[in-house]
Design a protein around this ligand. Structure first.
Ligand code: BGC
Length: 403
């Protein structure tokens, strides 16, 4: 069985027992050491991973095509063809993006792997989009973007991990004939794994499956939890070459997620949060918070004085991790929830981020194309790019005459 390597390795870690009954912290670190021994590079990465650096050159400025092949509920061919279209992909190219990060739900992929009709139809639509994008030299990141339930299932022992490895093996084999300079495999969006050591083992196992099925393609790996910068900084690079490392950056959260309903409760009541922040200019937002915890959260945002300099200092750490490990780093998501953010401040944060990412040699993909963080608005059959966003991203609106 393909996944048995993971079970064998994992059972070594799982079955290890302390000799003293009440050993907590030291035992954990020994288990961690055992696991790290498995994932530590077999060859020392003293030289830059030149192929990965070459490949990341095609991931300089991208956009996330969200809520299309993932997080949608309805994956009928009818919706897949109309929510975002081949014309949208052509527009993305004309706007000057060089890649799309396509979030893809695990369930329809499993249906495809098990040869179910709905899964086969889903894959047909995905194949068509990859083709349309690649024909225009737009690279595509195949990002497995499952729901939390799927991610949590990976915590239930070795079997779900082996199944996940088999899914990736099948997927990588399917896309192996594509141009490896234009199709990338991102193992999992925001894995939500609370144990970074275990995630390191899972990721290393799955990467091996991908490499086995598509040896020339570049893999994108990430840190545990929600793939933030701190998760990246704690990650040890995989034992494989030709891997790009990613993180997501939505800091400061009080600004980027103002009014969002699906995440930390403190952001939900927030409206018109200013950026840059000062202890004085957030006073009215502190009042929007009904709880002390919420008020503390917003007060911190003011005291932290978020601005271009702070973003720059933060992103410098990603560049340093990249240099230390001789591997490229890529920011797969950043963006601002748009319903309650002042457009001019949203554009300012996007600009500050983009300038700092470029300075620190980090390719990026904005979240998202057309949804609630969007770069375009779709209305009455028209797709209207937001000029302030496009400009903040350093791109240019195409003239009507551009084909
Ligand atoms: C999640 C989306 C969310 C976005 C911003 C993504 O990784 O999948 O559901 O809207 O992050 O929070």
């Amino acid at each position: 069985m393909r996944g048995s390597a993971f079970s064998r390795h994992w059972s070594q870690v799982r079955n290890w027992r302390p000799t003293k009954a009440k050993c907590v912290a030291p035992c954990r670190s020994l288990a961690a050491t055992l696991l790290l021994a498995f994932v530590a590079p077999i060859v020392s990465a003293e030289q830059p991973d030149s192929l990965a650096f070459q490949r990341v050159g095609h991931l300089r400025h991208g956009i996330n095509t969200s809520n299309w092949f993932a997080q949608a509920g309805d994956y009928s061919v009818q919706r897949l063809r109309t929510f975002t279209t081949a014309d949208d992909i052509r527009l993305v190219h004309r706007l000057g993006f060089d890649h799309i990060r396509v979030s893809i739900d695990a369930e329809p992929l499993l249906a495809w792997q098990h040869k179910q009709a709905n899964g086969i139809a889903f894959m047909g639509e995905l194949d068509a989009i990859v083709k349309v994008a690649n024909q225009q030299d737009l690279a595509v990141i195949i990002d497995i973007h499952p729901d939390s339930r799927f991610k949590q299932s990976l915590l239930q022992g070795g079997e779900p991990v082996e199944r996940f490895g088999m899914l990736w093996h099948a997927l990588a084999a399917h896309f192996a004939p594509t141009d490896p300079g234009l199709v990338f495999f991102e193992i999992m969006n925001e894995p939500e794994q609370s144990d970074p050591y275990r995630w390191q083992g899972i990721q290393s196992f799955v990467a091996g499956q991908i490499r086995d099925a598509a040896p020339n393609h570049t893999i994108i790996a990430c840190g545990a939890h929600w793939s933030g910068l701190e998760d990246l900084l704690q990650l040890s690079p995989l034992a494989l070459p030709n891997v790009i490392y990613t993180f997501h950056d939505y800091e400061p959260f009080a600004f980027t997620h103002q009014g969002a309903t699906w995440t930390t409760p403190a952001v939900q009541p927030l409206r018109d949060v200013p950026y840059p922040s000062t202890p004085e200019n957030i006073a009215k937002n502190v009042e929007q918070e009904p709880t002390l915890a919420g008020q503390f959260f917003v007060q911190q945002y003011g005291l932290d004085r978020w601005d271009a300099h702070r973003i720059d200092v933060t992103l410098n750490f990603a560049e340093r991790w990249s240099e230390l490990n001789h591997v490229p780093v890529y920011v797969g998501e950043f963006g601002v929830h748009r319903p309650y953010a002042a457009p001019v401040m949203r554009a300012q944060w996007l600009r500050d981020m983009r300038i700092a990412m470029e300075k620190h040699h980090l390719g990026w993909a904005m979240w998202d194309y057309q949804d609630n963080f969007g770069a375009v608005t779709k209305k009455d059959g028209q797709t209207i790019p937001d000029p302030a966003v496009i400009d903040a991203l350093g791109l240019t609106l195409p003239s009507a005459a551009t084909p």
